[in-house]
Design a binder for this molecule. Structure first.
Ligand code: DA2
Length: 248
């Protein structure tokens, strides 16, 4: 599959990233950089052209680019992250997506929306109501994407909707019913197994911390690539958070 993956390298202050539901643990910035390189290599191996947003070394959570923009076709919805300290990340991502030729629109005050709360699956866009994303943000997203069906989903006990549920290439939702009310979830055998990046119709990217889920998905005929993202997981990140996929 062709297409682009927008990413941003972690900076030296990554260890200062926000932690909400986990106990803070030391994060090694050098290891994070190596893990990020391996993550990028996996995307490239899957045929993606990788584009880097400008470094934002003063903003510890900046490698979690997913939260700053939602791409639907050729439209990029620039978000207004729920955590005020993450809002300065958006400007450089806006430049990057404009350079890719996407049309930009934006979530405006008093709306808040994190891309990690937006799960796209076919015609449906699930939008998580979370501590980061409010009803006003979801309402604005609905108005900005008139051709999509935006479905609000309550999120409990985790940071983002995509902390709890993602979609396999065939549209099956994989996730933890304790955190979201969505029917027909495939429940992964371990928590990080809920985070899947679909690379194409038969390949997915998964964290190395979910080996039993990798086996489950392989038994369903999927080709699974795993990457160790332990340093990002300590900051409540997952495989989806580190890139924004743009199809051309
Ligand atoms: C799906 N997920 C979890 C994301 N898209 N983003 C994770 C952001 C983590 C960051 N420390 C924060 O607290 O903002």
């Amino acid at each position: 599959m062709s297409g682009i993956a927008l990413v941003r390298k972690p900076g030296p202050r990554i260890a200062e990233g926000i932690v909400t539901h986990l106990q803070r643990e030391p994060v090694d910035p050098v290891k994070a950089l190596d893990q990020h390189d391996a993550y990028v290599a996996a995307l490239e191996a899957a045929g993606r052209r990788v584009v880097y947003a400008d470094p934002a070394d003063d903003l510890p959570d900046a490698p979690f680019v997913e939260d700053t923009v939602v791409v639907s076709g050729r439209v990029a919805v620039l978000t207004r992250p729920g955590a005020a300290e993450r809002r300065p990340e958006v400007e450089s991502v806006a430049r990057a997506v404009r350079d890719l030729g996407l049309k930009t629109v934006m979530i405006a005050r008093p709306g808040t929306l994190d891309g990690g709360d937006v799960l796209q699956s076919g015609p449906v866009v699930y939008a998580g109501r979370s501590a980061r994303t409010n009803d006003e943000g979801i309402g604005q997203l609905t108005a900005l994407l008139p051709e999509r069906r935006v479905v609000p989903v309550n999120v409990r006990g985790v940071l983002h909707l995509k902390s709890a549920v993602t979609a396999l290439p065939d549209g099956t939702l994989i996730g933890d019913p304790r955190h979201v009310d969505l029917p027909g979830l495939l429940v992964p055998p371990e928590e990080p197994g809920a985070h899947v990046v679909p690379l194409d119709g038969s390949r997915v990217l998964l964290a190395a911390s979910a080996p039993r889920t990798a086996a489950l998905l392989e038994s369903r005929g999927l080709d699974v690539t795993t990457v160790d993202i332990s340093e990002f997981e300590k900051l409540e990140g997952c495989v989806t958070c580190l890139s924004v996929l743009v199809d051309d």
